[in-house]
Design a protein around this ligand. Structure first.
Ligand SMILES: [Zn+2]
Length: 278
């Protein structure tokens, strides 16, 4: 996974800033032939490239529509595939509309895979793999079971469940390359199992911390599972910055938080979520 962040702070959805407790992940694909992240994510951070038309989604109403997702998967300027976080995970997105059973916007983290002409097998394989790894990361950090009913769903599945408007994505693309949402969920589960088993072997790759303090937590990976969701939300919102050191996923690696601080953040986050919901 190549996860980066460029929050769409000018988008009306970001400005609304409604809180959401993630209960699942909705997979979208853009429905337009443009695999470049710079079409949707901006401004240029040196990796995305410049969107000469300025029509990315870091604007109040992209294309006149009230839309925003939590992430995009597509190509950087140099052609490599990356994921860009565009909303904090715990913020309500505007991506799936609603149906007779409510709105997926209230419950699901959402991401768009940038479509190309739908025939490039190499791009599809890379974007699909990135989406699997990214969804596995979201499920792990939010304690979600990708195989449970209604947790990891495509937009078209959300419509069938009565929680999204009538779109076919990504059901018009995955089957062209021998994949489906069923294979996607199975691949996410396998990725989570592999990441679990592989955590020991990945450890030596982590940079040693400059001054580790005993009894404190520097990285998301170090933290107890119950704290990861709220702390990643606070990283996403810009509240937790660290001093500059990053881990392999681009998150702060020097947060220096104690157990009691984690408890306090989770309790306050819970209370804030309740206040906003009311
Ligand atoms: Zn969609």
């Amino acid at each position: 996974m190549n996860l980066k962040q460029q929050l769409l702070t000018n988008n009306d959805c970001y400005k609304a800033g409604a809180a959401m407790v993630p209960k699942g992940v909705m997979v979208h694909s853009t429905g337009a032939n443009n695999p470049n992240l710079k079409r949707y994510v901006g401004p240029d951070d040196g990796l995305l490239g410049v969107n000469q038309y300025g029509n990315h989604w870091n604007t109040p109403k992209p294309g006149g529509r009230s839309v925003c997702v939590h992430a995009f998967i597509g190509k950087l300027e140099d052609g490599t595939v990356a994921t860009y976080q565009t909303l904090p995970w715990g913020m309500r997105g505007w991506h799936g509309g609603s149906g007779w059973n409510g709105s997926v916007n209230n419950t699901h983290i959402s991401f768009e895979i940038c479509e190309d002409g739908l025939t490039d097998k190499d791009y599809f394989a890379k974007a699909y793999k990135e989406a699997v790894e990214f969804t596995a990361f979201l499920c792990a950090t939010h304690s979600l079971d990708p195989m449970a009913d209604g947790v990891v769903i495509g937009h078209y599945e959300g419509h069938a469940r009565g929680i999204a408007d009538n779109h076919g994505d990504p059901g018009h693309w995955f089957p062209l390359h021998g994949k489906s949402m069923d294979s996607f969920r199975a691949d996410v589960k396998a990725e989570m199992a592999a990441a679990d088993g592989g955590s020991d072997t990945r450890e030596p790759d982590r940079k040693p911390h400059a001054s580790p303090t005993p009894g404190r937590y520097d990285t998301l990976a170090d933290m107890p599972q119950w704290a990861v969701s709220e702390v990643s939300r606070l990283i996403g919102s810009g509240a937790i910055l660290g001093a500059g050191e990053k881990d392999a996923d681009g998150y702060p690696a020097d947060m220096d938080l104690s157990y009691d601080m984690l408890r306090t953040l989770v309790i306050i986050g819970r209370d804030k979520g309740k206040a906003r919901a009311g």
